[in-house]
Design a protein around this ligand. Structure first.
Ligand code: EPZ
Length: 415
């Protein structure tokens, strides 16, 4: 039950290096189940969710050798093709083992992930894809059970863009008999990174990163070395914090081209944005005008930066309208920002934010990105802010307090 105590206001200045992407690391770790040979993943973020996925892999029978940002996984044999409730309830992304276990072991039993703070988040599109690939799928006692002697290639059209749904179908289709076409597939860089690893393992995949992915099934996959793509959401969080504190920050080891939806909006409020190779420099000063954003699947404005942008909007001049189109319940940070004096009105999927000065207060984190928003608000507020339950933050950000203190902030973790 760690807390953060932040002394505000602060002006961030300096450099920060981002880690590998959590949302690429998780499917890449799941992909290691597709082969009996060793797969070595580097540039992994040191975050709680990666450790949870390691536990899931260990439970299935994997040998996992972990170093700070590198993990080598070998699964000579699938000992038990299941992921129990105890593990899945701590991390929904555990469902990413469904596709690889079904493809490699021919049967799988995985706890159905319950809802989460940001929405109901069903996995019906995942299960529909497995049925299309010829699997028998049933729900028993809170578990998904799926089996197929060998999956068959198929055409799968996703009703709504789904990131892990696309990844699960792609993972399963790599070992299927024949060709699979994923239509209206997710285009996120994390999906493309997973496809890159699978191709390095011997899979035949074309079109990853577009809304139409074609997978030619193969008999077996082999070992590989893969460097996970940088975390665009972590990079975007620091870029927004730089603008919110009217600071000057160079975000290093990132891919600025993955953040265009954000950088165009930062430029439109008058921040200086300078991408240079794997560095994104963001500088801002003075009064910045309000700016609306609406979340959308990639390459649109990421829902995983919506809360952070809402925190920034509390310090912009005028009224910003934030529209959340992906998740039905992703405004938990609003009530906590209002505790800090923010002027925000919620109307269904809209948050209407009127700029004003925040004051420090005791607030509570509710989910990963909402906690990042509270940190940004604490950096801009007058006086101390205490954020409880920062374990939410630790799920997806490594060493945030050290990074912020190196940029001139005063953030203390109270254990
Ligand atoms: C991924 O979640 C990310 N998680 C999320 O990041 C991210 O917010 C989300 O994509 C959207 O970008 C990982 O990659 C591990 P979706 P995912 O399936 O795949 C509905 C973070 O903060 N849907 O693309 O679970 C769903 O309810 C996390 O790092 C169905 O109805 O999201 C949502 O409204 C949070 N049925 C929409 O589609 C399905 O079978 C998009 O969800 C699947 C999804």
């Amino acid at each position: 039950m760690d807390k953060f105590v932040i002394e505000g206001p602060a002006r961030l200045e300096g450099e920060v290096a981002v880690s590998g992407a959590k949302n690429a690391a998780l499917p890449c770790l799941a992909a290691t189940l597709l082969t009996a040979e060793a797969v070595r993943l580097t540039n992994l973020p040191q975050v709680a969710d990666v450790r949870t996925m390691q536990k899931v892999l260990g439970h299935v029978g994997a040998r996992v050798e972990a170093e700070p940002d590198t993990i080598t996984v070998a699964v000579p044999e699938i000992v038990s093709a299941d992921a129990p409730y105890e593990l899945v309830k701590t991390m929904r992304a555990s469902v990413l083992v469904l596709g690889p276990l079904l493809a490699r072991a021919g049967s799988v039993r995985v706890s159905l992930p319950g809802g989460c703070a940001i929405g109901v988040r069903p996995i019906d599109f995942h299960l529909a894809a497995f049925r299309k690939l010829g699997a028998e799928v049933s729900l028993q006692h809170g578990y998904v059970e799926a089996k197929a002697s060998r999956l068959r290639g198929a055409d799968i059209v996703f009703e709504t863009v789904t990131v892990t749904g696309t990844e699960n179908a792609m993972l399963a289709a790599t070992l299927a008999d024949g060709t699979t076409r994923l239509v209206n597939a997710a285009r996120e860089p994390e999906v493309a990174d997973l496809a890159r690893l699978l191709v390095e393992m011997g899979a035949r995949i074309e079109g990853a990163g577009t809304d139409r992915i074609v997978i030619e099934g193969v008999q077996t996959l082999h070992g590989a070395d893969h460097e996970v793509v940088p975390d665009r959401i972590e990079a975007g969080t620091y870029a927004i914090a730089a603008a919110a504190t009217r600071g000057d920050v160079a975000v290093r080891l990132c891919r600025p081209e993955h953040l265009r939806a954000l950088t165009t909006r930062l430029e439109s409020i008058g921040a200086h944005v300078a991408p240079d190779g794997d560095v994104l420099r963001v500088r801002a000063e003075g009064t910045l005008p309000a700016q609306d954003v609406a979340t959308a699947p990639y390459p649109g404005f990421p829902t995983d930066l919506q809360a952070q942008w809402t925190a920034l909007a509390t310090g912009l001049d005028g009224v910003s309208t934030i529209t959340e189109t992906i998740f039905e319940n992703r405004f938990h940070h609003v009530a906590e920002l209002v505790r800090m004096g923010a002027m925000i009105r919620l109307e269904g999927r809209w948050a209407i934010v009127e700029g004003c000065r925040l004051t420090g207060a005791n607030v509570m984190a509710s989910d990963l990105r909402a906690s990042a928003a509270l940190v940004i608000a604490g950096l801009t507020a007058e006086g101390p802010t205490t954020i409880e339950r920062v374990y939410h933050l630790d799920r997806g950000y490594s060493r945030m307090e050290e990074n912020l203190n190196a940029l001139g902030a005063s953030v203390r973790r109270v254990t």
